[in-house]
Design a protein around this ligand. Structure first.
Ligand SMILES: Cc1ncc(COP(=O)(O)O)c(C=O)c1O
Length: 455
């Protein structure tokens, strides 16, 4: 063991391949279905929305998918991201645990999202696409795609969930700085948006609604494709640079995690750090306890049903089997906007069904408390989403203390919170509440799940 604080790799260590967990799983995830025929969809069904290179990545079972050199060139701006040993946090907790965190806040947009925004924009550019529509929750994804669009000459239009649009005006300004257009969702610009506003004029919006708006724009305009910042296989694939780098950095530290922790909205940053470790385990390596942390007000993995459902509220997407709260479920407007999604990535849901990960849910106040404790020891102010991972990590570290054992805990600090200071201000003013979702609304949303015979 060394006494280093940070483990830094040079640019030559940026992975050359994305790691595809599909190659090592004992069984494949259930197929994606066409909502009309209930038959598995093929690449052509997705062609109006995505360039073919990304569609092929969606279905590939090859273990390694080569990262195009122009994408690696852009990654060089912030990758490999640092791995830190949280020595001051360990001391403050008085724990024998060895806590490490991979810090993705060093990217231009401030989170892990550019890891997939850059390749998505690149493949669209290669296919001759000039416009992309997308949604954003916290604004991290919208900023990331706006940044990537600027690099590859693509116009980006972002539907931002209204509650976050109001909470974070500077995220919108950042998107505009990169040259994108940002619209509060639900909006009057789409059929879905107009329908929802007619029924609920003061709607907070949700990721499910914003996805519908962005998909509608792409489906109706031949010159526009759609991009998703999480959930899909190719997004999870692109994020595996995080875990691959972490494995090398932990080698520098002569260590290997016993526990891996991440927060889950649609599942991409968590999968990015966890899948390379789960894959190593499936190939005969050390068993790792992998814990997904989600918000108690939108608990898809811990309270959702594993069932076929739409990926969006307006029912424009294919049916995917995932842990879902129902596509019409609108979570309360808590501050971790990136975690307000009704479903979970189908691949990650399958991994959960295989028993390869655990999931836990926490309310927001205890997560902010953990985030502030982290900021006061390690100095970095985390994104509200990342506070969930920190809370999960601190609980694991305190368990080590109780049991008197030293375990290595690795977590993904997936973004900084510099655009989220209003949330921290509200927390200090005692204005945050632990919102409960409406049980009746959940029951209704779940009862509306599409009926698909056991697949
Ligand atoms: C900082 C941050 N963390 C986490 C998430 C959740 O997404 P995912 O589960 O795909 O990582 C988001 C989504 O917007 C985010 O901005």
């Amino acid at each position: 063991m060394t006494d280093s604080i940070k483990y830094v790799l040079d640019e030559t260590h940026i992975p050359k391949y994305w790691y595809n967990l599909m190659a090592d799983l004992p069984s494949p995830p259930p197929p994606v279905l066409h909502p009309g025929t209930l038959q598995p969809i093929g690449p052509d069904d997705l062609a109006p929305l995505f360039p073919m290179a990304l569609i092929m990545q969606e279905v590939t079972t090859e273990r390694e998918v080569q990262i195009p050199e122009p994408v690696r060139q852009v990654y060089r701006q912030w990758r490999p991201s640092p791995l830190y040993r949280a020595r001051r946090l360990e001391k403050a907790l008085d724990t024998p645990a060895r806590i490490y965190y991979k810090y993705e806040g060093v990217s231009p947009a401030g989170s892990h999202k550019p890891n997939t925004a850059v390749p998505q924009a690149f493949y669209n550019m290669e296919a001759g696409i000039k416009k992309i529509s997308t949604e954003t929750g916290a604004g991290q994804w919208g900023s990331s795609l706006a940044f990537a669009g600027a690099l590859f000459g693509i116009d980006v239009q972002v539907f931002m969930v209204r509650v976050s649009f109001n909470q974070k005006p500077y995220r919108r300004a950042l998107m505009e700085t990169y040259g994108a257009r940002c619209i509060a969702s639900p909006s009057m610009e789409t059929d879905v948006g107009r329908m929802i506003l007619a029924a609920t004029p003061d709607s907070n919006g949700s990721l499910g609604i914003a996805i519908s708006e962005a998909v509608e724009v792409a489906a109706k305009n031949d010159d526009t494709k759609y991009a998703l910042g999480s959930v899909l296989n190719h997004v999870l694939l692109h994020q595996t640079v995080i875990g691959q780098e972490a494995i090398k950095q932990l080698e520098m530290a002569n260590d290997y995690p016993d526990v891996v922790v991440g927060c889950t909205g649609g599942g991409s940053n968590f999968s990015g750090i966890a899948f390379p470790f789960i894959g190593a385990q499936l190939r005969g390596g050390k068993k790792v306890k992998v814990i997904a942390i989600e918000p108690a007000a939108c608990p898809s993995l811990t309270r959702g049903k594993y069932a076929y459902d739409f990926g969006d509220t307006g029912h424009l997407t294919p049916l995917v089997k995932m842990h879902t709260l129902g596509s019409t479920f609108i979570p309360p407007g808590f501050h971790a906007g990136g975690l307000r999604y009704h479903g979970m990535a189908p691949l990650l849901s399958h991994v959960k069904e295989l028993g390869l990960i655990e999931a836990k849910a926490y309310h927001q106040i205890t997560c902010f408390e953990a985030g502030v404790f982290f900021a006061r020891t390690e100095g970095i102010v985390p994104a509200p989403e990342a506070n969930h991972a920190i809370k999960g990590t601190i609980d694991e570290a305190l368990k080590c203390k109780e049991e008197g054992v030293s375990r290595a805990i690795l977590f993904n600090l997936c973004g900084h919170g510099h655009f989220d200071m209003q949330a921290y201000t509200d927390y200090f003013a005692g204005k945050l509440v632990d919102q409960q979702y409406d049980e009746q609304e959940l029951a209704m949303a779940l009862s509306g799940l599409p009926s698909v015979k056991a697949a």
